[in-house]
Design a protein around this ligand. Structure first.
Ligand SMILES: Cc1cc2nc3c(=O)[nH]c(=O)nc-3n(C[C@H](O)[C@H](O)[C@H](O)COP(=O)(O)O)c2cc1C
Length: 395
């Protein structure tokens, strides 16, 4: 597997070293191409040492080799990280005034661009228009994350996590694109139900399982709509993120988007109860006991189950006891095709953890235990079984 790693001249150029290393660790051959500006930030020697290959820095080879054409023909993926505002503009408009931009025009394989820049540069209409053009061309834009930036601002612009980029590139390079043309809707995270303007009830869901599912589907070529409650996670590369807070907002977002999807995965831990009329003022502290009357929230899974038609519906059951029995009950009562049964309340798996151990309960009557593994690994297995199940149900 041969990957071209193009590096633009941004502060995040140093993070490309971590990406180069992660790609090499995934047994890919990595050819680094640096722009002139990139070399102002990091020396080519760093990348030559990490990849074991001479870094390409200039257009004109003294031997007259037409390197950009040869390299374009023999490589599987082109990833540019960081992709500067300048590079996005050059790629969008077809400029070819250095090695990387010329190579881009000669390259016919999958292209992934991981932009990183100051928030104003990112949000500038010129940059956004260039991104539109590049997306329309079928390139994978690995959106930057929100957070504090080197320029002192806080906002969108930080390079996506290099390890995530590496995982995405690996999937691209392996062309494991078996979900291409598919639209997947994933819900993730908890919901927050307000009690007054400053307080809420919520649960311990971290959103990690849902985000891993969204990431896995996107890496396999699916268009992914991720509807997320409040969590501290960055949107996985290539995913459309819809943020919500309450169960009723989650319901509205799911109802708005689910018809576009062929596979719906409801991994969110939606609150079961809420305060129907939230006081406008903060509840004052007194010595007296208070009680809150909670009403049930809308049952989103059941509603989708009623309206889903031929869509594949995957629910989650987080239980502290009678796991499989509860999952079966949910499968039938909510008209799901698969329920991912998740024993919570154990150390090391379930909520907040990076790992999970689940049992898949399928509409065909099968029960598939998945041994403890990373949530990413589990996410991949869930989609393997979902695709297989859909074929079985269609017969
Ligand atoms: C200190 C410094 C940091 C910069 N950081 C970025 C950045 O993060 N993203 C970006 O798009 N441009 C950044 N620039 C501007 C680019 O270096 C400049 O647009 C350059 O022409 C990009 O060249 P290239 O796209 O060929 O690499 C930075 C410039 C300086 C001096």
């Amino acid at each position: 597997m041969k990957v071209i790693l193009g590096i633009g001249g941004g502060i995040a150029a140093y993070k490309a070293a971590e990406l180069a290393r992660a790609l090499v660790e995934r047994e890919m051959t990595v050819q680094v191409v640096m722009t002139r500006a990139a070399r102002e930030f990091v020396r080519p020697l760093t990348f030559a040492a990490l990849t074991g290959r001479k870094v390409i820095t200039g257009m004109f080879d003294p031997d007259g080799a037409i390197e950009h054409i040869r390299l374009a023909q023999e490589s599987d993926v082109l990833v540019v990280a960081p992709a500067t505002a300048n590079l996005l503009a050059k790629f969008a408009h077809g400029l070819a005034d250095d090695f990387l931009s010329t190579l881009y025009l000669a390259f016919t394989g999958p292209v992934a661009l991981a932009p990183a820049m100051n928030s104003n540069m990112w949000l500038h209409p010129a940059t956004q228009a260039n991104l539109e053009t590049l997306r329309a061309r079928g390139h994978h834009i690995l959106d930057p994350e929100d957070g504090p930036l080197a320029c002192g601002m806080t906002g969108p612009g930080r390079l996506a996590d290099p390890l995530r980029i590496a995982t995405f590139i690996q999937a691209l390079a392996e062309r494991r694109r078996d979900m291409e043309g598919e639209t997947v809707l994933v819900t993730a995270g908890p919901t927050q139900e307000p009690l007054d303007p400053v307080r809420f009830i919520s649960n311990r869901s971290s959103g990690k399982m849902g985000y891993a599912l969204a990431e896995a589907a996107a890496a396999r070529g699916a268009r992914v709509i991720l509807i997320s409650g409040p969590v501290r996670l960055a949107a996985p590369p290539g995913v459309t993120l819809v943020r919500v807070r309450t169960a009723s907002q989650m319901r509205a977002a799911v109802m708005e988007h689910f018809e576009q999807a062929g596979i719906i995965v409801k991994a969110a831990a939606v609150a079961d109860y809420h305060l129907a009329s939230v006081p406008a003022m903060k509840i004052k502290k007194t010595a007296a006991r208070i009680s809150l009357e909670l009403d049930p929230t809308p049952d989103i899974l059941a509603e989708v189950g009623r309206k889903k038609g031929s869509r594949l519906l995957i629910g989650f059951a987080a239980e502290t006891e009678n796991l499989v029995q509860e999952a079966r009950r949910k499968l039938e009562s909510k008209n799901c095709d698969m329920v991912v049964a998740n024993l919570v309340g154990q150390e090391g798996t379930g909520f907040e953890s990076d790992r999970n151990e689940v049992v898949l309960v399928l509409k065909t009557g099968e029960m598939v235990p998945l041994p403890a593994a990373s949530k990413r690994e589990i996410a991949g297995r869930i989609f393997d079984h979902a695709l297989r199940l859909r074929l079985a149900l269609a017969q």
